[in-house]
Design a binder for this molecule. Structure first.
Ligand code: LLP
Length: 421
């Protein structure tokens, strides 16, 4: 459920007509709904009710400062994967003890930044990384709270580029070696082992892979406790998928996920941490674009729009499907058309959808990509020297530009010319 609905044939973001925002900020742009962010955060928070827990928003999904502040205000912690994300979380007012540091290759500088600024825990991804965290902590005279990310060798049954829990993936420490690694961690004076971390992939549409992984974590918790470790926190990662289409086989709901967590891990008495990104942000955002031309091809019609792969790369990168809807609803009964929907970038990969059946459009019409709130703006680039597109946040009947479109001069003047030119 989200807050982008038609009213009298016009698409609204909460109580604001999307066309009104387009007229003010120009296209393309991202538009987010505060109410959807809050609602999705609460769904997770409520799903874990009764267990000591913290929902740490995986801010890689959408990391604008205004979004972070919105979520922090309703009680979210943050899951960060770089010094940049850590700094963003702090700048949004999130206290260090609500920030979890994940990520496969944390550098010495990033570790130092987090240990000095305060951190809830590091999710350690390898033994060499563990050694560096220990060293930095000793130099700073502090103790670094850690979990070890274990790789449970479970098939997440998702797109290969976003599966992370198989032994062939670069993530975590093989679960078979976990006891050995924990024994080593316990001997390092700069570290305090507090728990276990696992994350098996993104856009999971079934509970079974999670269940398999969490059962392995439950067993490991007992093994590690019998080895003398105090395991008091389990970080279960993110990954619950969202419906990208309005079909019947929607992914499981947070409540079902929560019930499964309780079933597999509830008896251990651990604090539960989760790191959802997509489910909180995905359907909280749309990308709005304008049709530039409709062009007759030999055997198909191309809808050429002003948004491109640099603005929303998911279709080009993961063959991802986004529903694309008109901002002004077609009159009932109008005959649908088939379009290849493409951007202006000079690559055939700049294709959002092939043979998409939708209401007929004309040059100048506005369209919206649904479910674009997660991994949309954050993955955009200035390829083809197309400036980053603005982000707009709606709350009720208000809206604000939360990242403006840079001018061409601003974009160009970031480059510097060497003396010899
Ligand atoms: N925790 C860790 C350690 C992660 O690596 C990720 C996502 C998450 C949490 C959040 O997962 P989520 O709840 O959002 O599924 N760019 C891709 C998705 C990459 C996901 C990377 N890691 C896409 O557009 O589909």
């Amino acid at each position: 459920m989200d807050h982008f609905l038609y009213r009298d044939g016009a698409l609204f973001a909460e109580d604001v007509p999307v066309a009104e925002i387009a007229a003010e900020v120009g296209t393309p742009f991202y538009c987010y709904s505060t109410a959807t962010f809050e609602r999705h955060f609460r769904l997770f928070d409520e799903a874990l009710e009764g267990m000591d827990h913290l929902v740490c928003y995986a801010m890689k999904a959408a990391s604008n400062q205004a979004i972070l502040k919105t979520l922090a205000a309703v009680g979210a912690g943050m899951d960060v994967v770089s010094g940049g994300e850590y700094a963003r979380a702090k700048a949004a007012g999130v206290p260090g003890d609500r920030i979890v540091f994940s990520g496969v290759g944390k550098t010495r500088d990033e570790i130092e930044m987090a240990l000095s600024g305060g951190i809830r825990q590091f999710n350690v991804e390898s033994e060499p990384e563990m050694a560096v965290i220990n060293e930095v902590a000793l130099v700073l005279g502090v103790v670094a709270p850690i979990t070890v990310r274990v790789n449970p060798d479970v098939d997440a049954k998702t797109h290969a580029k976003i599966a992370t829990g198989k032994s062939e993936n670069k993530f975590g420490i093989p679960i078979s070696r976990a006891r050995e690694v924990y024994a080593h961690a316990a001997s390092l004076k700069g570290l305090k082992v507090i728990g276990i971390d696992v994350h098996i992939g993104s856009q999971l549409t079934q509970l079974e892979p999670f269940r398999l992984a969490y059962e392995k974590v439950a067993q490991l918790t007992e093994d590690l406790r019998s080895d003398g470790h105090e395991i008091s926190r389990l970080d279960l990662g993110g990954g619950l998928g969202i419906p990208y289409t309005r079909s019947n086989d929607a992914p499981p709901l947070p409540t079902e996920y929560g019930a499964m967590v309780r079933e597999t891990l509830g008896h251990l008495g651990c604090e539960i941490e989760i790191e959802p990104g997509r489910l909180i942000a995905g359907n909280a955002g749309i990308m709005v674009s304008k049709v530039i031309y409709v062009k007759e091809g030999e055997d198909r019609e191309f809808m050429i729009i002003d948004g491109a792969m640099n603005d929303l790369i998911r279709p080009a990168m993961y063959e991802a499907h986004h529903d694309i809807i008109p901002v002004v609803e077609a009159s009932p009964g109008v005959e649908k058309q088939r379009y290849d929907i493409v951007g202006p970038v000079c690559e055939s990969g700049d294709t959002f959808a092939k043979e998409r059946v939708m209401e007929p459009v004309q040059a100048g019409d506005l369209i919206a990509f649904r479910s674009a709130g997660a991994y949309g703006a954050v993955m955009s680039s200035e390829y083809n020297s197309r400036p980053l597109i603005p982000e707009v946040l709606v709350k009720g009947d208000q809206f604000a530009v939360i990242r403006r479109r840079p001018t061409l001069d601003e974009m160009i003047n970031r480059d510097t010319i060497p003396e010899w030119l």
